[in-house]
Design a protein around this ligand. Structure first.
Ligand code: ATP
Length: 267
């Protein structure tokens, strides 16, 4: 799928996010569950990857590839499935899921199976994104809260992956230190899109993240960078990466929904 098409699908997913209003749907559908560190997202798409239902719950059930709240994760998946079933008037018995490269895929499958779902596919996160966008010679860079992970894709397969502990949390800490705000207040300030000083305060951490990514991609055949993860919501991040790394950089219209859409749309 083209970049533009995927961004249109992401905007549609965001428009219906957590929308419980029932719709009549009778065709084939595919379900993806993304068990993130900060949130769990369930997305249902049709045969053309068009989102039919999308539900997100903020929760810290997984951390650094480890499930810290198994029962909580299973409960959330059950709740999200129930909401999607009610919206679409269908029974959901199976879903695909994902895992960060280098972690154990059984963590995700165990959660889905305990929630009563048959697991159709379990594919690492960047490969899902790679399949959605038909990526080749590209780096998918996931900048989350605690870590930045790079996965290099060659012909749709991960040929290299690594992650290091620098991410959005470090930006929040810098903002808190510079402004005297608490961590939570700084976190809210960071997310307010009208404050452009945020990018100036974030720049040194972003440059450090670019150094990390530059180290990851050095020596590999990479022609473009796809940014994902919550930290990519920061306005102006694309320009920082482009100038630091000297490669074309793409930021999806809804960074937090890219992986869930990619999982649900697995071929
Ligand atoms: P990790 O990859 O470290 O395990 P994660 O998968 O939970 O974390 P994400 O949910 O992708 O990470 O991103 C979380 C980070 O994104 C947090 O630092 C949060 O502050 C940041 N973030 C979320 N929304 C925004 C926003 N609108 N602007 C700036 N940063 C944001």
């Amino acid at each position: 799928r083209s970049w533009q098409e995927v961004n249109t699908l992401l905007v549609e997913a965001d428009r219906i996010l957590n929308c419980e209003e029932p719709i009549r749907y009778e065709g084939p559908f595919h379900v993806g569950v993304d068990l993130g560190t900060a949130d769990v997202v369930l997305m249902v798409v049709d045969d053309h990857a068009r989102p039919l239902a999308a539900f997100l719950e903020w929760a810290q059930v997984v951390r650094d590839g480890v499930v810290v709240d198994f029962v909580g994760a299973v409960d959330i998946v059950r709740r999200l499935v129930a909401k999607a079933q009610a919206r679409l008037g269908v029974e959901i018995t199976q879903a695909s899921t994902s895992f960060p490269p280098g972690t154990d895929p059984r963590l995700s499958t165990n959660i889905l199976e305990t929630a009563g779902l048959d697991v159709v596919q379990v594919v690492d996160e960047p490969s899902c994104v790679g399949a959605l966008l038909d990526l080749d010679r590209a780096a998918v860079v996931d900048i989350g809260g605690g870590t930045t992970g790079t996965a290099i894709l060659g012909r749709g397969e991960v040929v290299f992956s690594d992650d290091e502990p620098t991410g959005g949390t470090h930006i929040t800490l810098v903002i808190a230190g510079r402004t005297g705000l608490s961590f939570q207040e700084a976190e809210e300030k960071k997310r307010s899109p009208d404050d452009w000083n945020i990018l100036d305060m974030a720049r040194p951490t972003l440059q450090r993240i670019c150094d990390i990514v530059g180290g990851h991609i050095g020596g590999h055949d990479v022609e473009e960078i796809i940014l994902s993860g919550g930290t990519c919501c920061l306005e102006g991040i694309e320009a920082v990466f482009t100038s630091e790394l000297g490669l074309p950089v793409k930021v999806p219209s809804r960074p937090l929904l890219l992986t869930p859409l990619a999982i649900a749309s697995l071929p």
